[in-house]
Design a protein around this ligand. Sequence first.
Ligand SMILES: C[S@@+](CC[C@H](N)C(=O)[O-])C[C@H]1O[C@@H](n2cnc3c(N)ncnc32)[C@H](O)[C@@H]1O
Length: 353
Amino acid sequence: MKRGYPGSPSSSGPPQSRLKHNPEGDGQFLEDETTKIFARKVADHYSARTNQTLEEREASPIIHLKKLNNWIKSVLIQLYARRGDAVLDLACGKGGDLIKWDKAKIGYYVGIDIAEGSIEDCRTRYNGDADHHQRRKKFTFPARLLCGDCFEVRLDKELAEEAPFDICSCQFAMHYSWSTEARARRALANISALLRPGGILIGTMPDANVIVRKLREAEGLTFGNSVYWIRFDEEYADKDAVDCPEWIVPFHVFKALAEEYDFELVFAKNSHQFVEEYLKKPEFVELMRRLGALGDGNQDQSTLSPDEWEVAYLYLAFVLRKRGQPDRTQQRTGRRDKGKMHIEKEDIMYIKS
Ligand SMILES: C[S@@+](CC[C@H](N)C(=O)[O-])C[C@H]1O[C@@H](n2cnc3c(N)ncnc32)[C@H](O)[C@@H]1O
């Protein structure tokens, strides 16, 4: 649609995403005509990505960007997760955040992802069977894994017995819900129904403002550097006439839509701003130093290349809170006995769209 957004997001709805990009720099997936085929392509793309050995991982040209992204996710988790929390990890991937949740001493974890291969890797990582990455053997919280399209299925029904959750995390994935208005609404309805009053949604996703600005500055419809590229379809060649946020996730529309589902914005910050702000806090400087993303974690940014730093600028971190006050007098009502301390293949629940 080549027009600006009217005030109400419900009348314009989330746009059709036309962005071809890859947050991990290998630019391989393509959007297709129908939402289902698109979702399938995303699932196949991620399923096909095998677990890397530690050596392969360290040799990646974007290793420091990955470490920086891990730092951002760790900071979000440390800021908002509380001991004993029930966590819903939407688009959990291979379980790359399991250790972060463990450090936050959560009490229960449900992870869901559309990619069968990723969920299987997540299972082995949780069990401590994965030889690489695995720095610790056992996690202290019971967990449950589901495989399905979390922006399509009625997770509110599937997980009703386990609700309410204290915190929901959707890292580098919320934009996959933005291909149609129905999916964006289903995503928010699922999360809202499953979170307790006062519960928190944390996430990271592409920063539409930055991407649109870069498109307008670009000579053609493609831009990038040595570690990423983004290509836009021909139909968007008339850049000045296009309100580009129609087809990537414009944060103000996301926020307005989220408000319809009882969320209020806590903050949204571009990754550069996020780094600048949270690197003022000693505990997060120390974490940065340990992860090794930005030199000594203080002023020294020597380890991250300028091209990786530019990619970081394409993303933002956000926090939303579900309206209402938690009832502190009430006992936990959500069932946790569906979680296991060791997950077998048969324990993974496959949900059909
Ligand atoms: C960039 S990865 C991020 C994985 C993980 N959240 C992390 O930060 O390490 C994006 C993930 O979103 C998942 N995904 C994409 N669309 C999805 C959907 N509709 N339902 C569930 N997962 C989805 C992909 O399979 C992939 O694992």
